[in-house]
Write a protein that binds this ligand. Structure first.
Ligand code: BV8
Length: 300
């Protein structure tokens, strides 16, 4: 049976769902202005983002990887949560058995006041730092320094863009369309060849450099967190709402499949469902479009 696109039937099921899981990806934050992982070719300065988010890349060129993460920290601090972040946080607050599993590391769900006891940050956070040494347990999970050290200052450039929201025109591009000046990441500035001495040092052991507190490809997710999720899912969820993820990364994507296998229903909100790695028969509802518009609508 092909998936439904009917919001009313989703609302009916949502209102009776006793246990709900939300699985979120980069598409949830896209309309806040943050590029998705694979969108726009998934490249940064001609580097494959997937090849930068690995321990091997960090070992090989920590300066390059730190410039990538410093840029992402900076960009995430420049944007704000969107209506989908707030709608999800609101439902999580109201519903007695709700768990958000987010792959996003951008901190936007935190800033949308998502209740902390009903969200798991599967892949960590851009704003967590930890010692790169194996014997040192230093962690700072609330670090918003921008830049962390002077060598990681992010090159930005002024750009004139058409105004997103109607309002008094601060400038006229063609005598009609209002424009505004904004700051964008300046790709024209050469990447720096940074030495270890240019990078943030662990304040505890003073031996190793710090690393981003994210889970890289080939690294395990936090095992206690995963045990907790397994425990939560022992009482099967009635509904999994997938929001803005291509479903290509595991074990995250596996949670949606698990809900389905245990008899729950699955809905997806995504700009382009077919572009992801989902098997088409997993979804009971498909809502194709911008999460910022659809999520508040289907969760109300
Ligand atoms: C692990 C942190 C054990 C870093 C990230 C089983 C099967 C196959 C492979 C594996 C497997 N088990 C393990 C693997 C290997 C690997 C993996 O899954 N590889 C994939 C690529 C094949 N997994 C791991 O390594 C994981 N570790 O399993 O440990 C282990 C140990 C050793 C060896 C093997 C196993 C760790 C994975 C974590 C990696 N870290 N992030 C950082 O962010 O820098 S993952 C990264 O991808 C981000 O977190 C991102 O969120 C995530 C998933 O991407 P999406 O969020 O889905 O983003 P994407 O761009 O792909 O899609 C965006 C979607 O939004 C699209 O569908 C688009 O249409 C939609 N969209 C766009 N705009 C909008 C929108 N939707 C709505 N509205 C819009 N406006």
């Amino acid at each position: 049976m092909s998936p439904s696109t009917d919001v009313a039937s989703f609302h009916t099921y949502l209102s009776s769902a006793r246990r709900i899981v939300a699985l979120c990806g980069a598409g949830l934050s896209a309309s806040s202005g943050l590029p998705t992982f694979r969108g726009a070719g998934g490249m940064w300065r001609n580097y494959d983002v997937m090849r930068l988010a690995t321990p091997e890349a960090f070992k090989r060129d920590p300066g390059l990887v730190w410039q990538f993460y410093s840029m992402r920290r900076h960009m995430a601090l420049q944007v704000t949560p969107n209506k989908a972040h707030y709608a999800l946080a609101e439902l999580a607050r109201k519903h007695p058995a709700f768990l958000t599993l987010t792959q996003n590391v951008d901190g936007l769900s935190v800033r949308a006041n998502h209740p902390n006891d009903s969200i798991r940050y599967l892949h960590g956070s851009l704003f967590a730092l930890r010692c790169s040494g194996y014997l040192c347990d230093y962690v700072d999970d609330q670090n918003f320094a921008d830049p962390i050290v002077p060598s990681l200052a992010v090159p930005m450039a002024k750009k004139t863009v058409e105004q997103r929201a109607p309002g008094p025109a601060s400038g006229q591009s063609d005598g009609g369309t209002p424009t505004e000046e904004t700051l964008v990441y300046d790709e024209s500035v050469e990447l720096q060849a940074l030495q270890l001495s240019d990078l943030p040092v662990c304040p505890k052991c003073q031996q190793n450099i710090l690393r981003p507190g994210v889970v890289w490809f080939g690294e395990n997710l936090d095992l206690d967190m995963m045990d907790g999720i397994e425990h939560w899912l022992e009482q099967p969820a009635d509904l999994c709402i997938v929001i803005g993820t291509s479903g290509l990364v595991y074990p995250a994507a596996g949670y949606a499949h698990r809900v389905k296998e245990l008899g729950g229903k699955v809905a997806i909100v995504d700009l382009d469902v077919s572009s992801g790695g989902w098997s088409s028969n997993i979804f009971d509802w498909v809502f194709e479009g911008d999460a910022t518009k659809i999520v508040p609508e289907i969760l109300k």
